[in-house]
Design a protein around this ligand. Structure first.
Ligand code: ATP
Length: 136
């Protein structure tokens, strides 16, 4: 069946460019899995956990928002940010989560945009904290 080639790309650079037997990613319509031979597919990506297996190794990553394209055994994930589990700064994510929670509960901000930003920030921090626990 062959392998997949997974690329996780952010504005800061290529976070992963690896071979994989399976990729599972957080799509806008829910979690989706990709195996070699998958049909051409496009999806939005929402903040959450992406993981892939290669042989008997599984690697976990936290991704934020963006897009995924599956074509010809290539899985391209284009997101605003992505961190490999072991590279996540837990203290930083905890303070981001706390900041976002305060903004949401105290409604410190007046405009809707700022609350939406706080919600998005909370989701990023939450997924970073969950994924950081899966570092190998
Ligand atoms: P913060 O408020 O702590 O900056 P954020 O959610 O606003 O968090 P982003 O704008 O999503 O941060 O990311 C900016 C850059 O910082 C990206 O390159 C991202 O990978 C990196 N980054 C953000 N939070 C962490 C973290 N907890 N650990 C490691 N890298 C992080």
């Amino acid at each position: 069946m062959g392998k997949l080639h997974l690329e996780v790309i952010t504005p800061a650079g290529v976070v992963a460019s690896v071979q994989a037997d399976m990729v599972v990613a957080p799509g806008t319509d829910g979690k989706f899995g990709v195996l070699p031979g998958h049909i051409k597919f496009l999806s939005g990506i929402v903040p959450g956990e992406l993981h892939y297996t290669n042989g008997n190794k599984t690697e976990y990553m936290a991704v934020s928002s963006g897009f995924a394209e599956v074509n010809n055994n290539r899985v391209s994930i284009l997101v605003d940010s992505a961190e490999i589990a072991g590279n996540i700064d837990i203290k930083r994510a905890m303070s981001a989560l706390e900041r976002a929670k305060q903004r949401l509960t105290k409604k410190l901000d007046t405009g809707d945009t700022d609350l939406a930003r706080a919600e998005a920030s909370l989701k990023r921090a939450d997924s970073r904290l969950k994924v950081s626990g899966k570092s190998s």
